[in-house]
Design a protein around this ligand. Sequence first.
Ligand SMILES: NC(=O)C1=CN([C@@H]2O[C@H](COP(=O)(O)OP(=O)(O)OC[C@H]3O[C@@H](n4cnc5c(N)ncnc54)[C@H](O)[C@@H]3O)[C@@H](O)[C@H]2O)[C@@H](O)CC1
Ligand SMILES: [K+]
Length: 501
Amino acid sequence: MRTAYTSDQIRAAERALMARLPEGTLMSRAASGLASACVRALARVRGLVYGSRVVLLIGSGDNGGDALYAGARLAARGARVDAILAGSRAHQAGLAALRAAGGRAAEFAPDAARELVSAADLVMDGLVGIGSAGALREPYGTLAGLVADAPGLVVAVDVPSGVDASTGRVDGPAVRAHATVTFGAYKIGLLVDPGASFCGTVELVDIGLGPYLPDADVAAPTAGDVAGLLPSPAAESDKYRRGVLGIVAGSDTFTGAAVLSVGGAIRAGAGMVRFASVEESVRYVRARWPEAVTTVLAPGSTGVLDDIGRVQAWVVGPGLGTGSHARDLVAEILGTDLPVLVDADGLTHVARDRSLLRRTGPTLLTPHAGELARLLDVPREDVEARRIEHVRRAAHELGATVLLKGSTTLVAEEDRPVRVNSTGTPWLATGGTGDVLSGIAGALLAGGLSCYDAASCAAYLHGLAGRAAAAGSARGARPGGEAAIAALDVAEALPDVVRAL
Ligand SMILES: NC(=O)C1=CN([C@@H]2O[C@H](COP(=O)(O)OP(=O)(O)OC[C@H]3O[C@@H](n4cnc5c(N)ncnc54)[C@H](O)[C@@H]3O)[C@@H](O)[C@H]2O)[C@@H](O)CC1
Ligand SMILES: [K+]
């Protein structure tokens, strides 16, 4: 599990560790890790450090200090290093080290800064780190803008400046980095959007903080965590013991969602899928997935669960419709004691009548930002800007496990760390992939995982499967080697992805 922390948590741990070490030890560890990462990056793009042009953007705090010391190390290896001093002051010892190693430094001036940045092989962003508060002030905002057009590599020191390290919130301009070298532990804002999308690849430099960190409020499962959680069949397994999932989805108008949800469940390893819907949807599901056992629901019929047969978990909602019959089906399923995943139109019914969620069995809700906004009755922009806060609030207020979809997916449950998943790819932003996700998570629920684990594993596998489908390979993408995908490709890529875990 990769754990992540707020700025305050990191600071407290740093204080505790610093009290036991000679002054300057931590900054020296940070700068050394940062310089090594820059050397590797320069070696990749230029072949060598000697003669490369490096520009340091320096703010007034210790984040600038890290960059100055790392710049000094690069200068000592023959890089031509220029520091742009953008703050009211600069870390004096760091500045002296840079100068002693042959680097240069000058106060920020717009034209000179533009010229330096546009000629740099590597720009190091040491404007602000975990000490940042609110939107970037000038001239930092201008520098973040210059960096956006930089032809060279952009390496953020600890956190891309402009990203709130504790939440991932971005108010105004921010540095968009190719890589972020972060110290001691992951900050929450590096894993959660919108911040996460400014980081590029994130590299963690160990400075010895581990023993001083508190229990994490945010964690990202790794491949090993997911492999350890996934149910796998044993010799005595049969289809019932592996987990029977009931899916109630689709309508006369929306048949595709049902096909995709059933596909996700089958490919994710449900022992059996029992699917129930109106005739039109059942016809499409039968044609694509003969493995599913189907029940045709007469229009308007209720009291149908006994006809569908025994299941261990339910998925309800994809393509179901927002009319009163759909509402009755959602209510009936939520009236059971079984784990229930509510998605799509199912969420509309729950948003209209929260009392549907007063139940004894476990509930997993899988909204995107717009659906979560409706569930909480807040503007969608608020959810998108402060995703962690809203997903936590939803789990608390609705008494359910909540999976918030997006480019990074969040899973919240009362009194548990928020789980973050960033395995996805922008190619997944296409119609129907959410329906596949509902089937995957449903299959894992039926297989005996808790809502929390089912949701986190499903998000992980779904993201990787999207990546694999876009790359045409379970081993992931080659740069430039990706193409558009259809939602069913994601379901079809699942077995390869699970094999490669
Ligand atoms: N504390 C430690 O033990 C260590 C700290 N390290 C580095 O120190 C950083 C934290 O240093 P600081 O606490 O000095 O804080 P920062 O360097 O992150 O920022 C503080 C400075 O930025 C200014 N500032 C804050 N918000 C701003 C905004 N929105 N626009 C413009 N200026 C703004 C403040 O006035 C202050 O001068 C970490 O991110 C990391 O890079 C590392 O050297 C590792 C060890
Ligand atoms: K920074």
